[in-house]
Design a protein around this ligand. Structure first.
Ligand code: HEC
Ligand code: HEC
Length: 497
């Protein structure tokens, strides 16, 4: 990372604070549409303010920590509820143990205990896991700004991918991977050095999540066992969420239902405490959570929000205008099958027709690795063992290279791509696939330019944009200093090579 982009990174976070606190005072609802009376839609578009109170709520409103001022601030491409551009990416702060001489992270018991002991001094939420959300904004701007500066002393910054150092790659892939958006800072004295990194998550589209919610666990487990039986490299595993159910939402499938994700999004992205989730707290606070007497958003409001999100239809496949166009798209889809894309991007899963996902986690190789949330500390009785570093602690380590296959329905409207939004086009997205998908990428690269184009044209047909949704959002609805850029071409749908 250059000095300039390093500076921009910090400034990006800090600028967000100032601008959002100014715009956050803008009250009211947006996109007034008299025709429907959908309270959930109003809540999705509502611009929240700090200390906002209304009939049902008397708590502290937006914040104290937040990433956006409304749901639609991030979820808007291709219409309300769509995906988000990179400006809205969520940032994650992760601590990692010191590296050994082979440049691998030391993951032994002592190194991990030392790590957690140090990390909890940075942020209280590092108590049981190695990652926290690095919020864009806080109602306590100045104190948060000081905390941020403290964390990023910018002593030494290296670019890295996951647990492995960069490998030499073919030129084009190398170009993309060089732009890997993980930033690392070394902290601590020589004796107890550790690393902190920032990585990011791109906002996925919510079109069709209500249907995904209804896919049965059996349908997903059947795909898992079918992949186990094949000889090929593709061996997905179902994600098991914290509550023991099959996870279908989030880039790593951490959540099992739209309802749970929504309650969490209210609390984490907007700082709206609710009955199912405590709001994110100030990193320099001493209390376990921001304790409030009442909730910022009521149970019935969450229910309305969930109903609205569940009602968002998947974007349809674009209809071909001519017979020859139809034939070309069919050929493109055949290639998509032949080169193995459909092994993971399964066209139909149970009731989800044309969803193009298997909802399984796959090892996508070291270049897509992100060690965030990869180390968890399990104590046998957390209530009775507040002493850090006790030898009773056990650590659970997750493979940082695993990601859930994202559905491709509507993908033409949801650039940029991949969990961190590093790919601007379908071509770039395919080239950064590795791990279990490596042989599929090789086959793609060996296709004739014409056949490759057919695959891209097929992907471009997933998501009809003739129904609108490309309009710019009024600035007061998103609060970003600059309006979310539509694309390098100035259009929502990015041009493919
Ligand atoms: C700051 C940007 C931002 C805001 C504001 C935001 N989201 Fe999200 N949303 C994201 C990101 C990023 C993810 C992916 C998170 C992950 O996988 O770790 C996501 C994922 C989701 C998902 C899961 C989708 C899937 O298929 O995996 C749901 C549901 C969701 N958000 C609903 C909401 C709701 C409801 C609100 C308003 C209360 C909201 N979001 C506000 C950025 C945002
Ligand atoms: C081994 C399973 C697997 C195979 C094979 C595979 N993919 Fe993927 N695909 C994934 C996963 C997992 C991701 C998300 C990875 C990430 O975000 O880091 C992804 C992401 C994508 C995305 C970006 C979607 C988005 O919303 O960001 C596109 C487009 C895509 N794949 C197309 C293809 C095509 C075309 C092929 C065939 C050349 C293919 N994939 C082969 C698993 C696979």
């Amino acid at each position: 990372m250059s000095i300039k982009s390093r500076g921009n990174l910090l400034r990006g976070v800090l600028f967000g604070l100032v601008l959002i606190s100014q715009t956050a005072t803008t009250e009211g609802r947006i996109f007034q549409d008299e025709e429907h009376n959908r309270p959930g839609e109003d809540l999705f578009k509502k611009v929240w303010k700090p200390n906002q109170t209304d009939k049902s709520n008397s708590a502290d409103g937006l914040g104290p920590m937040f990433n956006g001022i409304s749901c639609v601030a991030c979820h808007n491409q291709g219409g309300i509820g769509g995906s988000g551009d990179n400006i809205a990416n969520v940032q994650i702060l992760t601590v990692l143990p010191r590296q050994d001489s082979r440049r691998n992270f030391r993951l032994d018991q002592i190194a991990l205990e030392m790590l957690f002991k140090q990390a909890v001094k940075l942020h209280p939420d590092f108590e049981f896991q190695n990652s926290v959300i690095l919020h864009r904004s806080s109602v306590q701007n100045e104190a948060y700004g000081r905390w941020l500066k403290d964390i990023f002393e910018f002593k030494s910054v290296t670019k890295a991918t996951g647990f492995e150092s960069n490998r030499k790659l073919v030129e084009e892939r190398g170009r993309l991977l060089f732009e890997t958006p993980i930033h690392r800072v070394k902290k601590g004295s020589a004796k107890d050095r550790y690393t902190i990194q920032i990585s990011r998550r791109n906002t996925p589209s919510l079109f069709g999540v209500g249907i995904i919610d209804m896919i049965s666990d059996q349908d997903i487990l059947a795909l898992e066992s079918a992949q186990k039986k094949t000889d090929g490299p593709v061996k997905g595993v179902a994600s098991i969420s914290a509550d023991g159910e099959i996870g279908k939402f989030g880039w790593r499938g951490e959540q099992s239902s739209v309802a749970k994700f929504t309650a969490q999004a209210c609390a984490i992205e907007l700082g709206l405490s609710n009955v199912d989730h405590p709001q994110a707290r100030l990193p320099f606070s001493k209390s376990r959570y921001s304790i409030q007497k009442s909730h910022d958003i009521s149970k019935s409001q969450i229910k309305e929000l969930v109903e609205f999100v569940n009602s968002l239809d998947p974007k349809p496949i674009r209809r071909s205008k001519t017979h020859s166009e139809l034939q070309l798209l069919q050929k493109g889809q055949e290639q998509f099958h032949t080169i193995g894309c459909a092994n993971c991007h399964v066209q139909t899963v149970g009731i989800a027709k044309n969803v193009f996902s298997d909802f399984l986690l796959h090892d996508m190789g070291p270049e897509l690795a992100d060690a965030s949330h990869s180390i968890r500390k399990k104590t046998h009785s957390p209530a009775h063992s507040p002493v850090y570093g006790r030898s009773k602690a056990e650590f659970e380590i997750q493979n940082p290279q695993r990601w859930q296959t994202p559905p491709l329905w509507g993908a033409a409207l949801s650039a940029p791509y991949m969990h961190d939004g590093r790919a601007d086009s379908f071509h770039d997205a395919i080239l950064v696939h590795g791990g279990e998908a490596a042989s599929s990428v090789d086959k793609y690269q060996r296709l004739t330019p014409f056949d490759r184009k057919l695959v891209l044209e097929f992907l471009q047909s997933l998501g009809d944009d003739s129904t609108g949704g490309n309009e710019e959002l009024p600035p007061e609805t998103h609060g970003w200093g600059t309006p979310p850029p539509r694309s390098r071409q100035g259009r929502l749908v990015r041009k493919q090579p």
